[in-house]
Design a protein around this ligand. Structure first.
Ligand code: COA
Length: 154
């Protein structure tokens, strides 16, 4: 089974919008409204240019099947946002993507990976814990009580 984590490009904009608006993602995200395409394009154009935002696409058998975005903050922590297309879930793809991400940022100054996950998002909690993240604390994140899961890269 071939797998690749590649940097995203501008032509991935529409795919990212599609995944963002998938129903389970809306339920698990911190903004529960569907995003209109125009707003998404504005958001994408702004964030894609930002060097503290790294956008990746997961490819399974050369098909784009998910996205991973790393938002790097002033403490050199990389906050993870990850989505696998609903037709490709529970195949180990997100686990592979997290592993590939770590390989690709090995030489960078990022010292922690962080994920904020709603306690009801069981698939994500299991994914991160199995990938070596630990429970850091319960935090209020964008108005939701959620788990802060972290992985030390140092
Ligand atoms: C969370 C998500 C990225 C996981 O992607 P995935 O490719 O299905 O995950 P994997 O197949 O790599 O699974 C990793 C582990 O989590 C577990 N897992 C995955 N889906 C699960 C589910 N629905 N219920 C319980 N456990 C689950 C598996 O047991 C797996 O461990 P294993 O390999 O030992 O069996 C995917 O479900 C998704 O895109 N969800 C919607 C978006 C989202 O919630 N993103 C996270 C916000 S931070």
């Amino acid at each position: 089974m071939s797998f690749k984590l590649r940097p995203a490009n501008y032509s991935d904009c529409e795919l990212l919008w599609k995944w963002r608006n998938e129903i389970t993602d809306i339920k698990n995200s911190f903004n529960s409204n569907a995003i209109p395409y125009d707003s998404h394009v504005q958001w994408f154009n702004l964030n894609f240019k930002n060097p503290n935002n790294l956008f990746f696409i997961m490819e399974h058998e050369k098909v784009s099947v998910g996205q991973l975005r790393l938002e790097i903050n002033e403490f050199s922590e990389g906050e993870i946002h990850i989505t696998v297309d609903k037709h490709y879930r529970s195949m180990g793809i997100a686990s592979k993507a997290l592993f590939a991400l770590e390989e690709s940022i090995k030489e960078s100054s990022i010292n922690f990976l962080v994920a904020h996950v709603k306690p009801t998002n069981i698939a994500s909690v299991i994914l991160f814990i199995k990938s070596g993240f630990f429970f850091s604390r319960l935090v209020d994140f964008k108005g939701f009580s959620c788990y802060e899961l972290k992985k030390n890269l140092l």
